[in-house]
Each structure stands twice: as structure tokens, then as C-alpha cells.
Unconditional design. Sequence first.
Length: 595
Amino acid sequence: MAIASYLMRRGGRYSFQIRYSVRLAAIMRKPLYRASLMTADYSVARFRLAEYLHWFLPMNIAQNPSGLRDQIKRQIEEYLEDPVPIDPDRLAAREKFDEWQIGALTAATELEQSYYCFDDDLIEKVAVFQRQNAEADKYNRKRNLIAAYEKGRSDVQEAIAYQVVPSSFKLPLEVSPLQTAVGKPKGGDVRTSEALAMFLRHHEVAGKNADARSDIALIVQFIIDELDDPLVGELHGNLIKELDKMLPDIPNRTGIPKESQGSLSSRFQYAKSHGWENLQRLTEARLRNGYHNALSKFFVWLIDKKLYAYDKPVFSYISDENLVSLSRDAFTNDEVMKIVRQPLFTGCHGKDRIWKPGAYLVQSHLYWAYILLLLTGLRPGELGRLELSDFKERDSIWYLHLQGFDPSKGRVARKDVRIFKTKSSERNVPLHPVILDLGFLDRLAELEKAGCKYVFPEWEPYVKPNGALRWGQPITKSWQYLKQAVGITRKDVTVYSCRHYFAQLIDNTDITDRARKRLMGHSVKDDVPSRYGSKTRLTVRDLRAIAALNDPTVDAVCDLLLDARSRVDNGELTLLEPWKNRATWSNHYREKMDG
């Protein structure tokens, strides 16, 4: 017999799979939705399928992020009217909807540039909805436990009546059914998946780092997948030791087929099934700073919310097979010269063939990105988000002025604050004169004239599975080609080495340590004197030290770059500025501007 539409059977269990509408797929950035129905019973799967479709179909007709948020809110309001006790199949659909709407609201927020977490009514309704789900699940599990106990007691009494077992085995009827269970877990009795959903909501509303949230979600989902979504209270003792030993056996993505890269669990199972040939283990740093640290934060939160009654588990196991980490090194002077001698900077074949020699100077986002990285020490992830207002002139000096918002204009709403890697990443960096001589200010003026407030509207960030944006993707992707083109084979250099190179340059000057920390965006929280004084400028002494950079390589770089620009002026090269055509802008920035 053929199974019902939208049902999939894999490994004996059923899943719900359905294609997103075109508009919802654009919001979710994936073509279809798949979720476990959490049963191997076909009749149960059909009932649950109907419940899943009940919430999914209204979402699938959403026309835009605002409409999607409104649909989510209406669905939550409907669920809040459910009578208690909640039917298990209905509860399964509610819980899957709760998991889905977290990602959906995050995706809608990214596109709409508004924060649903400041909708107090929605926040309150979501909190009540999640509390209802947790209480309903707790009720159902207790009901099942009592039912199992009563069935067992009845079976024993019948066995005694038939003289199958001695009457001395009879259980005392006055004992509470729950007391006869194998042992109620100490601490929280919510499922790990429920605790994760609550944590993610709390973490996001608190405005904390999205990448940290992503790491925590990734590794906790591994627990859910591999340990069959255990109760939080079961995560102690030998189970924690077992989990600690499992983590080093998670491979990185290298050598893993795309269909098995979707989760840590799928990668873990692939290595378990196929062996480690052509696979690589995680680095020690990724385990310690990533997964161990993420689990530590998750359990601290569980303890704080009184969902976990044990001491915080310690995750520390590292296998001898795990890879050591490579510290990043600065580019050598020779490597820098190899980079700026490439056709992108000296004359290329055209806007789509920037690494092949030709008669064009293409001042694209990648052209400016490498120059800014080398001469300002920007982090790659800071480039794509730059705005025209980040560049300011003061006392005849142009600065790159990174800040979450402009305090001189007063307070702003939290939703309008740009989030950087750390608070100290907000900083001022004076622009090297060659950046101005190459025509960077002309780019800013043209964009302002076009009504665009972004410096690199052609920049397309990578959308991570959790909806967060990885801003360094375009430059790191181009670096993979460039390092081969110039013959850089050292494993300890990456595009981030531009930042190390800039740090090395300023270390060769006579600037103060206070100025160095501010230029690099490093923390001064333990250096009280450094936190006083102007937050928006360097001293005259430090400015002179930077302006007087007597570095032969920097001089040679400037000569090469200016030579190409002068060849434009005398007609040897044709200047191309593709960003002036709106068609070259990324989907991300076109949507921002249209919105």
C-alpha cells in the first residue's frame, strides 16, 4: 500500500516532507521542510501528518516576512486556545511548530531588518505557548507512566490469580505509582529539545552573539539526535562521560558527502559507518573553544533556570587523533607584493575575469576589500557591512569609524544597533592616503548620490542554516583562488593574515600601546587608564607615527596601485565600476534597499 502524500519512511520511522512555496522558500532560504513525526506506526503518522499540515499550510501562503510573522502569531493564538489535556498528536505538531517558528522568525528578521523580539505581545504569547507545551508533555509522560504501572500491576495480579508467580511478589497497592518507576530523574524533567528551544529564545531576546548561539544549538542538537532526545535530568553520570568521549569522533566536513553534512550527528554516523579514510577530525581548539565551551554555557543556563539539579558537567576529553590548531601568521613582504601584482590591481580582462590580465581596472568590492584589509586591519567579516557613515573626516584626516550607532545623535532602539564581534571592535582607523588617491571617496559620493547607504552593495553574505549571516564569505572565497594563483602554500596564512600584517606594520611604528589596542579593536577592559580620553581620535603624536610609516613594502604597494590608476588617466587602462549598475548588487542589499 502506498503511503500518504508528504509522508516519508526512513529507518522504520516516518517523517513529514513538503516543498515550500516560492515566496516562503525565499524567506527560509531552502526549498523544502522535513520533520520527524516521531513514530514508526503508520496510523499514528497519518494523524500527526494532518496536525502538521494544519499549521504548515497557512505558513506556506505567506507573501513576505511581515505576513509570515503575522501567520505565526495567529497560529500561536489558536494553539493557546487548546483545551487541556492536549492530545499527544496535537502536542507533537505544536512542538514541531515551535521548533520551526524560531528559525522562521529569525529568517524574517534578517530580511526585514526588524526585530520580532521587540514585539512584546508576540514574546509573551510565545512564552505561554512554550510553557503550555512543556507542561502538556510533562502531563502526558506522567499519564503514560501511571498507565504503564497500572497495566503492570493488573498483569501481576492476574498472574498471581493464575498461580503463575508467587503471591509474595505482589506489590503493595498503597505505594504511589510514580515511586515504582525505575527512578525519576533528579532535576528537570523536560526534554533536551524543549530546553534548547527555550534557551535559544532567551539567548536571542537577550541580544547575545548569534554565532555562539549557533554553536550551542549545533552541539545540543547532537545530543538530541544521538541520545534520542533525553530528559534534561538524565544527562549526568555515565551518560555525560559517554557523550564526552563521543565528541572527538565528530569529523569535520572534509570528505563527507553533501547529503551527510547536514548535522553533527549525520557526520558522526558517516564516520562510524564508513571509517576515517579521507576524513579529518576536528581540531583541539574547535572542541575546547567550540563544543566544550558551548555545552558549558548551555548547562550553566539550565542550572540557572532550575532545569538541572546536578553540578555542571565538565567536558574535556580530547583524542590523540584530533588535529592541532594552526596559529595564523602575517603575510611576508614577498607575499604581499605577489598579491598586489595580480591583474585585479594592475589590469584585468574584465569585471567577470578579474584574475586574468587585460586592459581594465575593475574597482569592485574585492579590489577595495584587499586594500582595506591590508591598510586598515579590518576583520574580513567587517567589510561587507560597512556603511557610508562609517567614513568621516576630522581635522583634514579621513577615518574608518566603526560604531554600533552614532552617540552624538542620541540614543537609538536596540534593534538599530549594529553588533560587532566584541564591544572593543568599535574603533577609529585613519585611512592611508593611497586609499583616497585611488578614488575611494568618489565611490562613497556616487553611492550617496544613488541613495545607497552601503559601501559595498554588491557584497553577498552567506546565509548559515540557522539564518545568521556570515559576512566574510565573498573575500574568503576569492582568497581560495588567489592563494593558488600567487603560489602561497603556507598553511598558517589565510585572508585573516592581512590583519596580522597590519598589526605588524603598526608594531614597527612608535605609537603607544593604548593607540595600538584601539586601532586593532582589542579590549582595554583590564587597562583602566586606556578607557579614558577621547573615544573618537588618536593623539597627534600617534597620527604622525602612522602617517610616517616608513615601510619599503608599503611604499612599493602604493607605487603599483597608483601606477595602474595613472594608466587609467592616460588611457592605457579603462576604469570599470560595475557597482554603479544596480543589477550588480547582491540580492541581500537589493532587498534592503527595496524594503
